[in-house]
Design a protein around this ligand. Structure first.
Ligand SMILES: *Cc1c(COP(=O)(O)O)cnc(C)c1O
Length: 436
């Protein structure tokens, strides 16, 4: 399968090139040139298949031409060492729990998949194994930990995590800044958008790329966002098992829109999702686009759902590409919602008091958008993108009791912080990378 750039100013490339490059040379995002519709029997039988079996079928549709079956099966099975169950919250609303992985957020799925795929390509000699591959990743909180842990100890790969100083929680920071080994954490004096700009500038810098082999592990990388479609299929299968899969509305708490884009891909592959809701915090650039037809990126605002504090969502280009730039077509499949911190807190409180279900601030946006947006006869699923314990201070102040902290999270918090300070000036970042 070839991958084309959303900017159409660079040549289509193979899967391994798209994964190693991350961003296309013309700064566009790679898209697979075909999206295969899966056969009807697959959807009819899906309730009898396990998550891993379902994921393997989906993975084959994207990657089957480029990775042999045994290799792909191993990547899928190894990635999905944990479940992504759907849990009924009440009143026709279900939570797709994506926090059962090692760093307790959905990004574990894509990050683990990408690390294993890159490692496969290095072993096959498809990626140049003489040089270390340097993964650059900007994080607003959860990407850094998922990528760092997904790649920790993987031979031939070094990861640089760029994160905004003082804008991620201590718990989040501990999950990528304490690891050492092949993981370096850079604490940037700036915002998440500054971190993302540093990474984008590095990829566009010919001199730097002549010196170092660079790749990205943000959701701009096809190996990260495409596997996120797996759990949409699994959610449908499990709901079908429960007899609740009709008129499905999926609500996605969104920041860079990688997760939502993966859902749109699943729908294109034939998954019967009636419509999507993109739930935002105060960073409502996408909602404004739906309402006005104009896409106007802005500096991000800091909120209690900080993994969605994105002012220039990078996957927007993929959404436009999927819909041939038609605002009308986008609006047919996707509606939007935006919530203030106060509204997010109230949602967490209402859900806990009404249904005994503890939401994290991101999932809370999803739940609330469904509460307000579902119509009669529809079943709603929201993506519970992180475990509430990752945002314990906020959650506990709302529900008035301690949240249970899974053991794997507690273990990180006791580690020693090892990050290096970095300015938001690209020349400083470049000088550092040229010297490593
Ligand atoms: C990254 C993240 C999001 C946003 O996902 P996108 O794919 O960037 O839209 C939402 N919630 C949590 C907890 C996250 O870590």
């Amino acid at each position: 399968m070839r991958y084309f750039s959303t900017n159409h100013n660079s040549d289509p490339v193979s899967l391994s090139e798209a994964v190693v490059k991350g961003l296309a040379p013309d700064r566009g995002l790679y898209m697979p040139e075909r999206i295969e519709r899966l056969p009807d029997e697959f959807f009819e039988n899906m309730r009898n298949l396990t998550f891993r079996d379902i994921a393997f079928e989906v993975a084959k549709a994207f990657f089957g031409e480029d990775i042999d079956e045994d290799g792909l099966r191993a990547i899928v099975d190894d990635t999905l060492a944990f479940d992504c169950p759907v849990v009924n919250v009440g009143d026709g609303i279900w939570s797709l729990e994506l926090f059962h992985g090692p760093t307790l957020a959905f990004k574990d799925v894509g990050a683990r998949f990408m690390a294993r795929m890159l490692s496969y390509f290095i072993k096959k000699g498809l990626a140049d194994a003489h040089d270390t591959i340097n993964v650059l990743v900007a994080t607003s909180g959860d990407t850094g930990s998922a990528v760092a842990n997904g790649f920790l100890g993987v031979d031939g790969i070094h990861v640089y995590v760029l994160y905004p100083k003082g804008k991620v929680s201590k718990t989040q920071e501990s999950q990528f800044a304490t690891l050492g080994r092949n993981i370096t954490a850079l604490e940037v004096d700036g915002t998440f958008d500054d971190c993302q700009a540093l990474v984008k500038d590095a990829f566009a810098d010919e001199e730097l790329n002549g010196r170092l082999k660079l790749t990205s592990a943000n959701s701009i990388n096809v190996a990260r966002f495409l596997p996120q479609s797996f759990y949409y299929f699994n959610a449908y299968a499990r709901l079908k098992e429960a007899g609740k899969a009709d008129n499905l509305v999926v609500c996605v708490p969104s920041g860079n829109f990688g997760n939502l884009t993966a859902g749109l891909f699943a729908q294109r592959m034939g998954l019967p999702i009636r419509r999507f809701i993109a739930a935002n915090n105060a960073n409502d650039i996408f909602l404004k686009y739906l309402v006005t037809g104009r896409y106007e990126p802005r500096p991000s605002l800091q909120t209690i759902a900080n993994a969605m504090d994105v002012g220039a969502p990078s996957n927007f280009a993929r959404i436009l590409s999927l819909y041939d730039n038609s605002h009308e077509a986008v609006c047919r499949d996707i509606s939007g919602a935006s919530f203030t911190d106060e509204q997010i807190r109230i949602a967490m409180s209402e859900c806990y008091n009404g249904y005994g279900y503890v939401l994290d601030p991101h999932g809370a946006c999803g739940w609330k958008a469904l509460r307000e947006g579902l119509t009669a006869g529809e079943t709603g699923v929201f993506l519970e993108t992180a475990h509430p314990a990752k945002f314990a201070d906020t959650v506990e102040s709302v529900i008035g009791r301690p949240v249970d902290v899974p053991e794997r999270l507690a273990a990180f918090v006791n580690g020693r912080k090892r990050s290096l300070p970095m300015t938001k000036n690209y020349q400083d970042f470049k000088k550092y990378l040229m010297s490593v």
